[in-house]
Design a protein around this ligand. Structure first.
Ligand code: ADP
Length: 453
């Protein structure tokens, strides 16, 4: 059975009220009544012992039982109320008896009425002896009252407590109703927001109402963050689909137009025209490959195969393969590589990353420019930087260059051959290594890409 948070909290409040208003006081009453009862029993026993001692002393003084002197000691006194006390000699003959009635008569002047009795009695027999010789027997019968003081006290306390408990429960219900309402409201609001989000209603202007309860505010903030992130992803997904469609359409349309024209006999199927169609097809194939590798890399980013690699040597070997291309384009390739820097990386994935940065630097740096690759250690981090003196990236493009299929208008216009996925793949790979990749750029002057692992 599921209960609402509000009912749950309310029940908790009532439970607390019952425990603190009934269970705990009941236990304290039980403890004090028990303690008091124990005290009374001990006090009675002490009185009997004292009486027995006094009678024994009397006997030792007189050498026999003197009824008159016994009467002086066994005077009716309040402590003997409701008791029959008999003193018998060693032969069992009665010397003196103190009855409850005589006690009652004597104590009336003290205004002490005997408590009503319930008919049951308690017996105490004490053997009186002097020098190991039995001199008599003290038989005490205590008739039990129908209600003891302890019972009356507990009944009184329980009655008062019940009244208190009822008031406490009513107060707890009232208080619980407000407190539970205050606590459950933000949860209900967050729930309602998640339902809206699942229906695709992101409402990015939704305001968070602060409750003053940290966890509740964090929950609301978390839901709003989720909404923003999902809205962003949704936007990104839509843009991704448009971009893929656009990227696929251009080479497809170009090829189709060519082939149709050749089929209709408008153009002759010359080797050059067929070559053009083939290159468009290749472009298409490359694009599909990029999409494939991007999806695979993002999906498998958690399954990297780490190897202990000398990064200095690794980077130099990648630069060696690029050297002829840089020479061909007349771009100066500068290396500032510190020796013997090692790390655990997946060499295959890392090669893609460096390849991408160097191909971009090559692609976006004009003839006569230079590209500097640096490798060094700072604290516990290994830093790789690729800096070029190329076109640079406009500040408005900079935050997006690591997004999938993002290409600056400039690079589209120039038709640099890029697909806008290289940096997205690089970021996925670096992040899979627990590292970070970032870019800084001065538009028109050059860019610098930095990897920290
Ligand atoms: P592409 O394959 O189009 O180069 P990337 O993901 O590698 O895709 O890069 C995304 C965009 O970032 C590029 O289209 C380009 O506009 C910009 N860019 C990347 N590297 C550089 C660079 N070194 N200089 C200037 N712009 C760059």
């Amino acid at each position: 059975m599921t209960r609402s948070l509000r009912t749950h909290l309310l029940l908790l409040y009532v439970l607390l009220a019952v425990v603190s208003g009934i269970v705990i006081p009941l236990f304290s009453v039980w403890l004090s009544v028990n303690g008091f009862h124990e005290y009374q029993v001990q006090r009675r026993h002490a009185n009997f012992e004292a009486l027995a001692d006094a009678l024994t002393d009397l006997y030792s003084e007189d050498g026999k039982w003197d009824k008159r002197r016994v009467m002086d000691i066994l005077r009716p006194a309040p402590q003997w109320m409701g008791m029959t006390i008999k003193l018998n000699n060693s032969d069992g003959e009665n010397i003196f008896t103190l009855t409850p009635m005589s006690s009652f008569r004597r104590n009336r002047k003290h205004n002490e009425n005997p408590a009503p009795r319930n008919g049951k009695s308690e017996f105490f027999n004490i053997k009186l002896s002097l020098d190991e010789k039995i001199i008599g027997f003290l038989n005490i019968e205590r008739r039990m009252p129908t209600t003891t003081f302890e019972q009356a006290f507990s009944a009184y306390m329980i009655k008062r407590m019940m009244t208190g408990a009822v008031i406490m429960i009513i107060a707890a219900c009232g208080l619980g109703f407000f407190v539970a309402g205050g606590l459950s409201r933000p949860v209900i609001r967050a729930l309602e927001r998640t339902r809206q989000i699942s229906r695709g209603e992101y409402d990015l202007n939704s305001k968070i109402k602060n409750t003053g309860i940290r966890e509740m505010d964090d929950l609301s903030r978390g839901v709003e963050d989720l909404s923003r992130s999902l809205a962003g992803q949704e936007k990104f997904r839509q843009r991704l689909m448009t971009d893929i469609a656009h990227e696929l359409k251009t080479p497809l349309t170009a090829t189709m137009t060519q082939i149709e024209a050749m089929a209709d006999g408008v153009f002759e199927a010359t080797p050059e025209r067929l070559e053009l169609c083939l290159s468009e097809m290749e472009r298409l194939g490359n694009l599909i490959k990029s999409i494939e590798s991007l999806t695979r890399l993002e999906g498998e980013s958690l399954m990297i195969k780490l190897e202990h690699v000398n990064i200095s040597e690794f980077l130099n070997s990648v630069l060696n393969t690029f050297e002829p291309l840089f020479k061909r384009d007349n771009i100066n390739l500068i290396r500032k590589i510190n020796n013997n820097i090692t790390a655990d990386i997946d060499p295959e994935q890392f090669r893609h990353v460096i390849d991408n940065l160097l191909s971009n630097a090559l692609r976006y740096t004009p003839e006569g420019g230079s590209v500097e690759t640096r490798l060094f250690k700072r604290d516990k981090n290994i830093i790789i930087e690729v800096e070029d003196t190329g076109t640079g990236i406009a500040p408005s493009d900079l935050p997006h260059i690591f997004d999938r299929f993002y290409r600056t208008d400039e690079s589209r216009a120039k038709v640099t051959g890029g697909r806008g996925v290289g940096l997205a793949i690089a970021r996925a790979a670096v992040e899979a290594h627990g590292g970070k990749i970032s870019a800084s750029s001065e538009y028109g002057k050059g860019s610098c890409f930095k990897i920290i692992i």
